[in-house]
Design a binder for this molecule. Structure first.
Ligand SMILES: Cc1ncc(CO)c(N)n1
Length: 217
């Protein structure tokens, strides 16, 4: 198989559509998303990113090629900058909740489990939707919004529709496709499962923020 990512993207297209139709994204795009919901999201996203960077660093040391290790280490340290920038702007430090929501816990734990206990290829697949879905959504919002000048969430939107982020996404896809080219069919199937599940978790993460998900007990 020459382009694993292309094939799995076709398979996950309905999930991406559902994300675009989610009220969180619709309201983020038109600027009517409540500040409370966005706060909840940024709070949880900060907890998410702080785990995600560790997972990327862990994945980096499993790559045989030094340039791939460097890419994931750079991405991990880039996340520290994103955490600092976006979260300084949007995060309400006094009301910061240090407990991950069930969906946040599920998402970060799932990625960490796959990266730590499974093959490199599955690890590459499991962390990829975090890049590719945010790129899709960033571009989608920017292309469809009519209120770029007065959307309170424009900085957030701009980050994920930026050229820097696009370059990082392309590199992550290229690396994953390169390892997939040499992978046997059984491994490719496991890569699909990991990618599809994380794509669903992306939807779940937005949905959980929109509903300000709590632990039921
Ligand atoms: C949940 C989630 N997925 C992906 C990204 C993009 O890095 C993010 N900030 N948060």
């Amino acid at each position: 198989m020459s382009n694993w990512f292309h094939t799995v993207t076709i398979e996950t297209a309905p999930i991406l559509e559902k994300i675009k139709e989610h009220p969180f994204i619709i309201k983020l795009m038109d600027g009517t998303l409540s500040k409370e919901v966005f706060q909840f999201y940024v709070n949880q996203d900060s907890l998410y990113l702080s785990e995600y960077k560790k997972t990327l660093a862990m994945l980096s040391i499993k790559c045989a090629a030094a340039k791939d290790t460097r890419f994931f280490l750079d991405a991990a340290s880039g996340i520290i900058d994103v955490e600092d920038e976006l979260h300084q702007i949007f995060l309400d430090k006094e009301n910061f909740n240090t407990e991950p929501s069930p969906s946040c816990e599920l998402y970060t734990s799932y990625m960490s489990r796959i990266v730590n206990n499974h093959s490199l290829e599955e690890g590459l697949a499991v962390i990829l939707p975090c890049f590719t879905i945010y790129k899709e959504i960033g571009d989608y919002i920017l292309a469809n919004q009519t209120n770029k000048d007065n959307n309170p969430y424009q900085n957030w939107i701009q980050t994920y529709a930026s050229e820097d982020f696009a370059n990082a996404v392309n590199s992550a896809i290229e690396i994953t496709n390169r390892y997939a080219e040499k992978a046997p069919k059984e491994v490719l199937q496991k890569m699909d499962i990991a990618f599809i599940k994380t794509s669903k978790l992306e939807w779940l993460f937005w949905d959980s923020a929109y509903n300000k998900e709590t632990w039921k007990i």
